[in-house]
Design a binder for this molecule. Structure first.
Ligand SMILES: [Zn+2]
Length: 135
C-alpha cells in the first residue's frame, strides 16, 4: 500500500520527529498551517478512527496535551487547536489516522487553507527545540 505516513515510519521518507513510543509517533507537518504544526499518528495503519479500537483512539488522543505543551514552549505560541479529519470530504489528505496540533499566535490570523512549505533546516531546528521541551 502506498501511504506517505507508513513510508515515514519505515524510514523511506524523512520526518522531523518529536516523539515516539511503541504505538505512536509525532512529527512536524511538512506543509504547516503555522510554525510548529505537528501530527501524531499511530504506528499501525488505520484509515480513520472508526477503524481503531476505542482504547487505541483514547491512547493517541491522550498524547496530545504532552506534545502540545512542548510545542507551545518551543514556539512561543499562545494557544493551539487540535484537528482530526476522517475521510476525503472532511479534507483528510493522507489516509492514515493523524491528529493535527496547530499552534495559534495572538498576532497572526491563521487561515486553515493557507499552508506553506517550510524549509528543511528550519523544521529540523524546530523539531530539536520541541524534543528538548518534552518532559
Ligand atoms: Zn499508513
Amino acid at each position: 500500500m502506498n501511504c506517505i505516513f507508513c513510508d515515514i515510519l519505515d524510514g523511506k521518507r524523512d520526518g522531523h520527529f518529536l516523539y515516539e513510543d511503541d504505538s505512536h509517533v509525532s512529527f512536524l507537518d511538512k506543509y504547516p498551517i503555522d510554525v510548529g504544526h505537528s501530527l501524531i499518528i499511530p504506528r499501525k495503519h488505520h484509515e480513520t478512527i472508526t477503524d481503531m479500537t476505542p482504547k487505541d483512539v483514547g491512547s493517541i488522543f491522550s498524547l496530545a496535551p504532552k506534545i502540545a505543551k512542548a510545542i507551545l514552549i518551543a514556539t512561543g505560541a499562545d494557544a493551539f487547536s487540535l484537528g482530526q479529519n476522517n475521510g476525503k470530504a472532511a479534507k483528510q489528505i493522507v489516509p492514515h489516522v493523524h491528529i493535527h496540533i496547530i499552534p495559534r499566535y495572538n498576532d497572526k490570523g491563521t487561515v486553515w487553507t493557507k499552508r506553506q512549505i517550510s524549509n528543511d533546516a528550519e523544521l529540523s531546528e524546530l523539531a530539536k527545540k520541541i524534543r528538548s521541551a518534552l518532559t
